[in-house]
Design a binder for this molecule. Sequence first.
Ligand SMILES: [Zn+2]
Ligand SMILES: [Zn+2]
Length: 214
Amino acid sequence: MILRCIPGGIFLTNCYILGDEKTNEGILIDPGEQIGDILREVEKSGLKITKIVNTHTHIDHVAGAEIAKKALGVGFYIHPEEVPVLEALPEAAMRFPQFGDVEVPDVEGFVEEGDEVGIGSLRAKVLHTPGHTWGSICLVIGDVVISGDTLFAGSVGRVDLTGGTSMAELVGSIKSKLMPLPDSYKVYPGHGPSTTIEIERKSNPFIAGGFSFL
Ligand SMILES: [Zn+2]
Ligand SMILES: [Zn+2]
């Protein structure tokens, strides 16, 4: 499996390229403002990108999606409950003029809990993990977890942004969907460095206990 991380943009958002070296096919996850760097990395990888799948649609994760769709000729996939967050993108663009003109990408299809996203001969399993937004998802492929803004190294996502629900739901999603995964699984978040399920289970203050949510 090929995994590339391209961080960038004003919120240092991680875009990922996941690929299958056997078939030379790949998918793009969360193409944000750093779309120039992302397209250069796609070119360098030699992979044929077959779709864009977003963990969620906050502006820093989706600002480059329409450009990527046109450049690569691929469809854009999100969880159905994420549609209202995507529809609020023009408001987000007004609040964050640094992003410039951001076009709202059309959605070609939906991914839901338990679905498998094909990447050549590989399969990424979709986990619906509401909390950071209604339609946030994580992707599990082999021993790799793409966690979006649900789980970070040593922290969790905010719940006070567009589409956010509650800290109780976010932590519930992490505990019920991510923590049952094996300790050795590596976690690649939407911001910041990678981590493992074991490290987060043992030391993340939001998961390890001692934290109450009112
Ligand atoms: Zn977010
Ligand atoms: Zn983010």
